[in-house]
Write a protein of this length. Structure first.
Length: 300
């Protein structure tokens, strides 16, 4: 029996959990670092389009080297279509919509809205795979959506802002990309999936990144944020996360993902000088609880 199909040993389970947690910590910094790279509407830095496309171009170049060094096999047949769909979600949709959104809302706000990402991924997976989620799962999914919409309306003084729509669109793109990427992992290793996704995107990301590069100097901190999302959020983080899932078991290790939005909020305070008020923490904890409970509901 293969390692993926067998019960992980105690050592592998611990290593997998630690690697999974490391991946979540790396991903949790993505929203604050995207805000750092792009700046705000009042003090803009790198253009959101350059941040989104440039990070993919940098990671794509590294992926090309990785695939060549490991002599990875080429995708075949329907795998090309799934790779293109995954790229549309995680290479273009998520980074671009997130970058546009955090120009107008702070990273703490974006972290709460994106907290429903695990539930959204589960919903799309259930629909694509024609599974039958339990009533408890759908209750949690609707409760999570209601919480983030209620939070957005509260922060918007009773009205939803365009940035909130962009954030929900980013969550939808990422969820769809994660599901199609997971389907590819049955034939390719998880590391190969993200690398091929980035490589097939290079003919688009590289020239557009050059065209959208900054014409005027920007702060060094913006370049620091860009370097992080390019090297860690778009590449290294996936290696740690996927390896953790493989070693420790997907069901067990994926539970730590519920901590991601809360960690993003905590990172935004020292990195960006943002403020955490009590009501935002309450909403974040409520979303975390709903997502955690939703992941425990049966899907047949």
């Amino acid at each position: 029996m293969s390692r993926l199909a067998s019960t992980p040993t105690a050592t592998d389970a611990t290593r997998g959990l630690l690697l999974g947690l490391a991946g979540v910590v790396m991903f949790a910094l993505s929203i604050p670092m995207t805000r750092l790279a792009g700046g705000s509407a009042e003090a803009p830095q790198l253009a959101p389009a350059f941040v989104a496309l440039g990070r993919a171009a940098v990671a794509g170049g590294l992926s090309l080297a990785y695939l060549a060094l490991t002599r990875a096999r080429r995708p075949q047949g329907r795998e090309w279509r799934l790779l293109a769909f995954t790229a549309a979600g995680v290479v273009f949709g998520w980074p671009l919509l997130l970058g546009l959104a955090v120009r107008h809302v702070d990273a703490v706000h974006a972290s709460v809205i994106s907290g429903v990402l695990p539930l959204a991924t589960a919903v799309i997976a259930a629909l694509v795979l024609r599974q039958r989620p339990s009533a408890g799962f759908w209750t949690c999914a609707l409760a999570g959506l209601g919480l983030v919409v209620g939070f957005a309306a509260w922060r918007g003084a009773g009205a939803l802002e365009l940035a909130d729509g962009l954030l929900l669109g980013a969550v939808l793109c990422a969820s769809a990309g994660y599901v199609s990427g997971a389907r590819l992992s049955t034939g390719l290793t998880a590391e190969q999936v993200i690398c091929w996704v980035l490589v097939i995107s290079l003919p688009v990301t590289l020239p557009l990144a050059v065209l959208t590069r900054p014409a005027a100097p920007v702060a060094a901190s913006a370049w620091l944020g860009f370097a992080y999302v390019s090297l860690v959020s778009m590449w290294i983080g996936f290696f740690a996360w996927y390896r953790g899932l493989a070693l420790g078991g997907t069901l067990r290790v994926s539970q730590v993902q519920v901590l991601q939005p809360f960690l993003s909020m905590l990172f935004a305070v020292p990195l960006l000088g943002e403020h955490l008020d009590a009501m935002t923490v309450v909403f974040a904890l409520a979303v975390l609880a709903v997502v955690w409970w939703g992941k425990r509901q049966p899907i047949h």
